[in-house]
Design a protein around this ligand. Structure first.
Ligand code: NAP
Ligand code: 3JN
Length: 336
């Protein structure tokens, strides 16, 4: 990327849960933006969104809109990314894509800056941002993998409704309101009522009995850690939380790693905050980490059922580190 003082930035899907957070993160991080362009569908074109002290008009996404754009942040879903990311690259932009469209394409880098920053150099115009559940898990596991080589991961997630976008957040609100007001509950976005419930179902089911979300965690983790030999199994669960994904992660390592050593390694690692004094009720919870950019780890303890095992509880803001923050960090790497 040509060095400049400021860059022209586009956000595709700017009105969505992730897109809105992208605008906020650009502002919070003081990213050097020359001109910001916001794109969405005809549903929102013409609306305005605030950035800094100004209101920016949302424009209709069309073929020829990327002329002059340096960095295009995409968060409008897989289909829009497949259709429009190559057009943005042709116009000279570098695309940082939040969808799954390009994540597993072998020569497209899949980047978490704390974990595999070196891989960004290989990009040919598109850089993929991993799935939110993958990002927070690999940030927590990479320092332990470096020290003791992880052989197997068993993960269960507790994912907030914001992972499914703005309509899902509205559905949790409306259902909660209806139940507390003794009114009928409408179920539209999720297959069951999500308020006061939990659903072992995120994204579509595949022929192997797993969901796409679960297999994203398996495949993306191996690509980011550059280790196809790690055995991984995942169960992903939607819970009635607005923001913040939590994960119960069990690992088996080649070398012995005590809980104390793991705590020390994680405390010194970039992008991680350890909250781990359970007897004083200190462990991360989604309500506390919402709005923050780090990955929070607690409940670090040895798995006493195997020789070399550890259990961890990993929590992060899925819209920030799980999506927008990670994407803007990648943009920062590009201009550095
Ligand atoms: P959302 O709240 O439903 O927002 C969707 C956004 O896409 C809105 O801005 C919407 O614009 C826009 N959009 C939809 N169809 C469009 C079209 N035909 N042309 C232009 N814009 C269009 O969803 P979200 O939660 O922000 O997620 C958006 C995407 O980001 C997901 O589909 C996924 O690919 C990715 N994502 C990634 C992660 C991650 O794990 N890293 C997490 C969540 C989401 P309108 O206002 O016009 O409808
Ligand atoms: O449900 C969640 O908590 C995360 C959802 C992510 C998501 C939602 C719709 C489409 C993705 C993703 O990032 O993997 C996609 C997609 O692009 O496939």
């Amino acid at each position: 990327m040509v060095r400049k003082d400021k860059y022209n930035v586009a956000i595709v899907g700017a009105t969505g849960a992730v897109g809105n957070e992208m605008i906020q993160v650009l502002e919070d991080k003081g990213f050097p933006v020359a001109n910001l362009r916001l794109f969405a569908s005809e549903r929102s074109a013409g609306d305005t969104l605030p950035y800094g002290d100004e209101d920016y008009k949302v424009e209709l996404l069309q073929e020829n809109v990327f002329e002059g754009i340096d960095i295009a942040l995409f968060s409008a879903g897989e289909k829009i990314s497949l259709d429009f990311a190559p057009k943005a690259v042709q116009s000279g932009a570098v695309v940082i894509d939040n969808s799954s469209a390009f994540r597993m394409v072998p020569d497209i880098p899949l980047i978490v800056p704390e974990v595999n920053p070196h891989a960004v150099k290989k990009h040919k115009g598109i850089i993929a941002n991993p799935n939110c559940s993958t990002i927070q898990m690999v940030v927590a596991l990479k320092p332990l993998h470096n020290r003791a080589r992880i052989k197997r991961i068993v993960v269960t997630t507790f994912q907030s409704v914001s992972g499914k976008g703005k309509e899902a957040m509205d559905e949790l609100y409306e259902q909660t309101r209806a139940i507390l007001g003794f009114q009928d509950v409408k179920v539209e976005v999720f297959p069951y009522q999500i308020a006061f419930n939990c659903l072992p179902h995120i994204d579509a089911f595949l022929d192997n009995g797993y969901t796409k979300e679960e297999m994203k965690m398996v495949n993306e983790t191996r690509k980011i850690l550059e280790d196809e030999s790690i055995r991984i199994t995942a169960t992903t669960v939607r819970v009635p939380v607005y923001i913040g994904h939590s994960e119960s992660v069990n690992i088996e390592t080649e070398e012995k790693l005590s809980a104390n050593e793991a705590r020390a390694i994680l405390s010194a690692a970039p992008g991680i905050v350890v909250y781990d004094e359970p007897k004083r009720n200190i462990y991360p919870v989604p309500l506390e980490v919402s709005g923050k950019d780090e990955v929070f780890v607690g409940r670090i303890r040895e798995d006493e059922s195997v020789p070399n095992g550890l259990n961890l509880w990993v929590v992060a803001d899925n819209l920030r580190k799980g999506a927008a923050t990670n994407a803007v960090q990648i943009a920062e790497m590009l201009i550095r």
